[in-house]
Write a protein that binds this ligand. Structure first.
Ligand code: HH2
Length: 329
């Protein structure tokens, strides 16, 4: 039976013999060994060598990024209908100004999107999506590395030509058969996110046997698809896809078990910012007011070793991280 290893991630002074998580400052001495039938705790030094390698090896510097501290991916939606900021940055000039503001606030990556993938969102034609994102990417050249948030190969290709360096595919290479080829040919970084179903219908009745293990297996499969297409593991970032075909309980199970995804040997990205379950649990209806809940989830993800956080509230997250890092050393 397949075994999964979830490191019990710790921070602060590292005891002798502890294993380093992903070449960073966090460490672990114990892991939860999980199968689909049972769970138990085992000492890190009893792990099989391939699991140790996957959990401990330093991650590839996608587009030259360093994971010495958690990275912030600032969300820049050039869309009329995104769930929390739709319409605010729909014209290129406003989007470029917002991008510059996010960099000043501490964004390490700008994630430019021209199609909302919120639940019930409708698909946008490629040429419309390209017209929304290309002027924004061109206008932000040199400000920060740009990722293009798209499921479509044609949009990704146009975005790479305009200066983007990372493709953020919320379908994890399942929507457009040409996507892996575009990422490979463009030498781009690639975010493989897990989603179940299409945005239009994904929240109707999401179902899993074991959400943590099912998402792990799906991401592992799509990382293999990317590698078969010639994309180096060092260029890949994985993301469990909070809110994409997931109930609140699914989201919470993924966040609690997040460190399992380090077993994939890639940087882990988490995008929970302002999402519905945060509104539900914190009792805040307006998405743009869900800052405190978003920060709590962001810090929880960092404590489990997430290397990249995709957030709307960059300045607030940067400040919260400064304190988290100061307190935890
Ligand atoms: N979430 C959204 C969009 N893209 N990409 C990654 N890698 N991970 C995420 O969790 C993720 C994502 C949805 O959020 P948002 O962009 O704010 O809204 P919308 O899809 O309505 O534009």
């Amino acid at each position: 039976m397949k075994r999964y290893y979830r490191p019990l991630v710790q921070c602060g002074v590292k005891p002798p013999g502890a294993l380093t998580l992903a070449g960073g400052a966090l460490w672990f001495t114990e892991v939860e060994e999980i199968t689909r039938a049972a769970k138990r705790f085992v000492a890190a030094d009893a792990l099989p060598p391939e699991a140790v390698l996957a959990l401990t090896s330093p991650r590839g510097a996608v587009q030259g990024l360093s994971y010495a501290r958690p990275l912030l991916m600032g969300i820049l939606n050039a869309t009329p209908d995104s769930f929390s900021d739709g319409g605010q940055f729909a014209d290129a000039e406003a989007a470029i100004a917002r991008g510059q503001e996010l960099v000043t606030a501490g964004a390490d990556i700008l994630d430019v999107g021209g199609e909302s993938t919120r639940p019930s969102a409708l698909t946008v034609a490629s040429d419309e999506e390209i017209a929304r994102v290309v002027p924004v990417i061109e206008g932000l050249k040199g400000a920060a590395p740009v990722s293009i948030d798209t499921r479509k190969a044609a949009v990704a290709q146009a975005a790479l030509a305009a200066g983007a360096g990372i493709i953020n595919d919320v379908s994890g290479l399942t929507y457009d058969a040409d996507m892996a080829g575009v990422a490979w040919a463009g030498g781009a970084g690639l975010v493989i996110m897990h989603s179940q179903g299409e945005p239009e219908t994904m929240q109707r009745a999401p179902r899993y046997g074991d959400v943590l293990l099912d998402v792990y297996d799906a991401l592992e499969g799509q990382v293999a698809v990317a590698q078969d297409a010639g994309i180096a593991r060092e260029a890949i970032i994985v993301d469990p896809g909070i809110g994409f075909g997931k109930t609140m309980d699914h989201n919470l199970a993924l966040l609690r078990g997040l460190s399992i995804f380090h077993g994939l040997g890639c940087p882990v990205l988490v995008g929970a910012s302002r999402k519905r379950f945060i509104g539900t649990l914190s009792g805040v209806e307006a998405p743009e007011a869900r800052v405190e809940g978003s920060l709590a989830v962001a810090l929880g993800a960092v404590a489990q070793g997430a290397q990249i956080l995709r957030v709307h509230d960059v300045a607030e997250t940067r400040r919260a991280l400064a304190l988290w890092q100061a307190v935890h050393g």
